[in-house]
Each structure stands twice: as structure tokens, then as C-alpha cells.
Write a protein that binds this ligand. Structure first.
Ligand code: BTN
Length: 268
């Protein structure tokens, strides 16, 4: 399958089925769709979607790079100007995680789960990563860029990723049209974002998030700037924090992208 399935008219055809995306840009090649939207933020409409055929400098979380080969994935970012306090915007990463997971369940019937806070995994391997960034604007407001990279039709990964990464193709045995997935993720996000905005937190999404969580109930190892400790992940709070019962009996609320949580037996 080549780039034909990212033809703007096909993506637009899907987005026009509901009224959420105000502007769509499909880029033949860009450094990173997140960087593109941050550069353009000052002039963008709320709910602008940028989709790249090729990203030559894709960004992952924690300063890592993100491999985004053409013809195989969905590399896209959504720009929002939400009417909420800026400190609540990082929760949108978890909202998008619910939306991507739901879209994969609906379209492909795959047993996808969410590794807190924002990795979508299938059979223990990562299928999608999400990177949310903020941009201050000259009118005193701010914009949010939610970038997602979904491995759709990837048929193999480099040796160093093989243990951790998978694709919708590898899990389902079929190649898929990416415009369908883009449309379904945005449709699910429209619904989930509405629930988020009602309370400015995750309370109306917690049951969906928790039911798909691969982290809750697991023994986890938490690595943050102060060091590493282990405990049992017991729940997600409505602010998106992971609550961990530590081995010394203390209970810790973990927030933030700079923290790394791993199952003690491996990636999940
Ligand atoms: C992660 O490390 O899990 C987050 C990966 C996010 C990748 C996507 S691809 C589209 C958007 N543009 C980027 O440069 N990164 C995000």
C-alpha cells in the first residue's frame, strides 16, 4: 500500500461525516507534525489537523526520536485551543489515548490496551505513542498540540524495537487504509473531548480508561528524578495521576511525562 490512502480528499471525506475538524493539512514531508503546528500556532484555527506522509525528524516523548517511515503509519497532530486552565491540558494525552484505543477496537476488533499514561499496546507491544505539547500565544492564551504516531501497516521493525513495538498489520494479519483510521480516531476524540470538557477532568472517561488499562493492578517500577521504586498500580485518578501503593506501605500519586513506569516483568 502506498501513499494513496493519505489522499487529502479521502481523509476529508471521513472527517466531513462529523463536524469537528475545522482545517486539514496533509504534508508530503515535514520535520515533525508537532513542530509544524507549534510553528504555525499563532495563525491556526482551533481543531486543525496536520497529517504527514513523511516525517524526517519525528519526536517521541522524553526527548527521544520517533521513527516514522512512509507508507506504513499515521503520523498526525491535532491543534486545539481549549477553554481550560493550562495546567489541565496534559490530561488531553490520556483523553487521546482512550480515543485511539477505542478507534482500534471499533475498526479492527483488536485487544488494545493503554499503558499509563499514553502508550497504546496490543499483546504487550506498543502500537501507538502520543506526545502532547503546549504553545503560548501572543494573545495571552495557549494552544495544545496532540501528536500521535500509529504503526498501521508496518511489516517489520528494526532489531532494537522488535521486542517492544508492533503494528495493526502484524496483530491483525491485514493491511488497512489509513484515512479510515484517521477519521475514526478524530470521531472518537470528538466524543471523548466533549466528556472531558464537561468536567475539565477525566472523571467521565475514567471507566473507559481504566477498563483498557494494562497498568492498573500490575506490579510496576517507577523511575523519576529522585530514583526508582516499585509498588502496585492501584488506580488512575480523575486528574490522570497513577496511584501506586509502595512496598513500604506509602501511597504515591504519579503525574507527568518525565516519569517512566514499567511492569516489573518487561515493557508493560
Ligand atoms: C512516544 O514516544 O510514545 C510519543 C510518540 C509520538 C509520535 C508522534 S508522530 C506525529 C507527531 N509528530 C511528532 O514528531 N511526534 C508525534
Amino acid at each position: 500500500m502506498s501513499e494513496w490512502d493519505l489522499e487529502p480528499s479521502l481523509i476529508k471525506g471521513r472527517l466531513d461525516k462529523f463536524n469537528f475538524i475545522n482545517n486539514l493539512t496533509v504534508l508530503d514531508e515535514v520535520d515533525s507534525t508537532n513542530e509544524f503546528l507549534k510553528r504555525e500556532a499563532q495563525n491556526l484555527q482551533d481543531r486543525t489537523l496536520a497529517v504527514a506522509i513523511v516525517q524526517n525528524s519525528g519526536k517521541g516523548s522524553k526527548g527521544r526520536s520517533w521513527t516514522s517511515s512512509p507508507e506504513s503509519g499515521v503520523w498526525m497532530s491535532l491543534f486545539l485551543r481549549p477553554d481550560i486552565q493550562m495546567n489541565k491540558a496534559p490530561m488531553l494525552t490520556l483523553v487521546m489515548a482512550v480515543s485511539v484505543a477505542r478507534a482500534c477496537q471499533i475498526l479492527y476488533n483488536l485487544p488494545v490496551q493503554i499503558k499509563w499514561p499514553n502508550d497504546i499496546v496490543c499483546n504487550g507491544k506498543k502500537i501507538c505513542g502520543i506526545l502532547t505539547e503546549m504553545k503560548s500565544l501572543s494573545d495571552g492564551g495557549y494552544g495544545v498540540v496532540i501528536g500521535m504516531g500509529v504503526n498501521v501497516n508496518t511489516d517489520s521493525f528494526p532489531q532494537e524495537l522488535r521486542e517492544k513495538a508492533t503494528s495493526i498489520f502484524l496483530e491483525s494479519g491485514k493491511k488497512w487504509q489509513r484515512f479510515d483510521l484517521i477519521g475514526k480516531i478524530m470521531e472518537c476524540f470528538m466524543e471523548d473531548y466533549k466528556l472531558f470538557l464537561q468536567k475539565s477532568d477525566l472523571s467521565l472517561l475514567l471507566s473507559a480508561y481504566s477498563s483498557m488499562s494494562v497498568t492498573v493492578g500490575k506490579q510496576v517500577q517507577v523511575m523519576d528524578v529522585r530514583g526508582s521504586y516499585s509498588g502496585k498500580a492501584v488506580r488512575i485518578d480523575k486528574d490522570g495521576a497513577l496511584v501506586v501503593e509502595c512496598e513500604d506501605g506509602s501511597v504515591k500519586k504519579i503525574i507527568g511525562d518525565e516519569v517512566s513506569v514499567r511492569g516489573i516483568y518487561g515493557y508493560v
